[in-house]
Write a protein that binds this ligand. Structure first.
Ligand SMILES: Cc1cc2nc3c(=O)[nH]c(=O)nc-3n(C[C@H](O)[C@H](O)[C@H](O)COP(=O)(O)OP(=O)(O)OC[C@H]3O[C@@H](n4cnc5c(N)ncnc54)[C@H](O)[C@@H]3O)c2cc1C
Ligand code: HEM
Length: 394
């Protein structure tokens, strides 16, 4: 909770900081990397810096946190903080690094706002920073303590590379040393650290497509304009060893309600994990799978998802294709196939269902708006963004 001294100062300065925070975080990263270039080797993604996605996500998270402290003084934005903590933990962020971030963030704030940052204003925002930082540090400590090891990056050997649809490859990994393996839960992801041509390592996250447990299998869709997925597809070979984090993420499917799993494109990977987990248990509640693809042949986990759906017994599958005329070919067995954009109005959403969304941001925003318009409570809609999440803070 914010102190009585800081509250009016934060309320008075939030509008101006909120307006400038995007420019401030961009300048912050410039300062941070100038002083600590080593943070670009195997920690921060240069693509997320170039596209501005990471400065934007940091800005949104700070603005959301401060707004939340003012509007809901007795609670914290737990969902947002959990998302950040899981991402941080998958990267091995340590408590002492928060002092480094503080130093350059506050230098950037002072440089941008000049005299407006009086000592009192600086002290109030310092309080906000450390409320947020200490909450994240505690969450991250708790996540680290649940692991079977204290190694952030363990070596795993690629034992198989298998096509998954026409645009993705599935990687099967086996431990390459005796580091104890943390069992994963359904819907979790791992960070993968890969050396690039100029010698710097880059990290990316991949959802596990296993039901959880000790196996490590993920599917990467090739992004020709990206840095790491082309390396995974073309350079990393069966027999090679790559660095992989422990599993993180809290997207495990609820067991107390009907589920609606909604995905587009490669967003089907966490849904595959959840379905595989559900298929292995007695079906307590119905599951509705809604999936959208541009072309049927790019659907990465078509066979697996349909197989798990039929094994579960209470799962219905609806598919939309946006780039083909669905009437030109039959629906895959066990599915209802439609042409065009997904519309929730075309299916039955069970009352009290929990919705899980994964896919491009614009797709998730459209589906979420539609779900809310149909009466689904926002708290029952969960989403996973395959990149820095600025939406979670919106
Ligand atoms: C929790 C989580 C789970 C994920 N699970 C999966 C999964 O199961 N399967 C999967 O395939 N992916 C998954 N991802 C995404 C994955 O981590 C990578 O982001 C993805 O593979 C692309 O990485 P890349 O290195 O090839 O592309 P990047 O180098 O990260 O580039 C991504 C895009 O950014 C664009 N870009 C680069 N620079 C700029 C610029 N200056 N301006 C504008 N745009 C720019 C590039 O054109 C490219 O299209 C997941 C991500 C998260 C966070
Ligand atoms: C209070 C302080 C901090 C806040 C508010 C914060 C916020 C965030 C947010 C919002 C994200 C994006 C999460 C997502 O993917 O959705 C993120 C990612 C990240 N954070 Fe932090 N963070 C803080 C401290 C730190 C520290 C101390 C470090 C270590 C140097 C760090 C390193 C990273 C890295 C490496 C990523 C991933 C970036 C990428 O994908 O390029 N953060 N953080």
């Amino acid at each position: 909770m914010l102190s009585q001294q800081s509250r009016p100062l934060i309320a008075a300065t939030l509008p101006v900081i909120g307006e400038r925070i995007g420019a401030i975080t961009t300048d912050f990263y410039r300062r941070l990397f100038a002083a600590h270039p080593e943070l670009l080797d195997g920690l921060f993604s240069r693509s997320h810096q170039r596209s501005g996605a990471q400065p934007q996500a940091l800005a949104a998270s700070i603005a959301t946190f401060a707004t939340h402290l003012l509007n809901h003084p007795d609670t914290l934005p737990e969902h947002m903080l959990a998302r950040i903590a899981h991402k941080h933990a998958s990267l091995g962020i340590a408590p002492e690094q928060y002092d480094v971030v503080y130093k350059y963030l506050f230098e950037a704030i002072a440089a941008d706002l000049g005299d407006a940052v009086t000592p009192e204003v600086a002290a109030a925002w310092t309080e906000v920073y450390w409320l947020m930082a200490n909450t994240l540090i505690n969450l991250e400590k708790s996540l680290y303590s649940r692991q079977a090891n204290d190694t952030h990056w363990a070596p795993w050997r690629v034992v198989a590379k298998t096509p998954a649809g026409s645009a993705a490859l599935t990687f099967d990994l086996a431990p390459a040393d005796d580091t104890p393996v943390t069992p994963a839960t359904p819907g979790q992801f791992v960070s993968v650290r890969i050396p690039t041509a100029d010698g710097l390592r880059q990290v990316r996250q991949y959802a596990l497509i296993t039901p959880g447990g000790l196996e490590r299998r993920f599917t990467s869709k090739r992004d020709d304009a990206g840095e790491i997925s082309p390396l995974l597809h073309d350079t990393v070979q069966v027999g090679d060893v790559i660095e992989v984090s422990n599993p993180y993420g809290d997207a495990a499917p609820a067991t107390d309600a009907p589920l609606v799993l909604i995905s587009a494109g490669i967003g089907c990977t966490p849904m595959t994990s959840m379905l595989s987990h559900l298929a292995a248990r007695p079906a307590a509640h119905p599951v509705t799978v809604l999936h959208s693809e541009r072309h049927l042949e790019t659907w990465a986990h078509r066979e697996q998802m349909l197989d798990y759906a039929s094994r579960h017994g209470k799962t219905t599958v609806h598919l939309w294709v946006t780039g083909d005329d669905a009437s030109a070919f039959g629906a895959p067995a066990g599915t209802t196939l439609r042409t065009g954009r997904m519309s929730l109005a075309e299916v039955q959403i069970p009352a009290n269902a929990r919705l899980y969304l994964c896919g491009p941001l614009s797709f998730m925003q459209q589906v979420r708006d539609e779900a809310i318009a149909l009466g689904v409570a926002p708290a029952r809609i969960h989403h996973e963004v395959f990149g820095p999440d600025a939406w979670v803070a919106a």
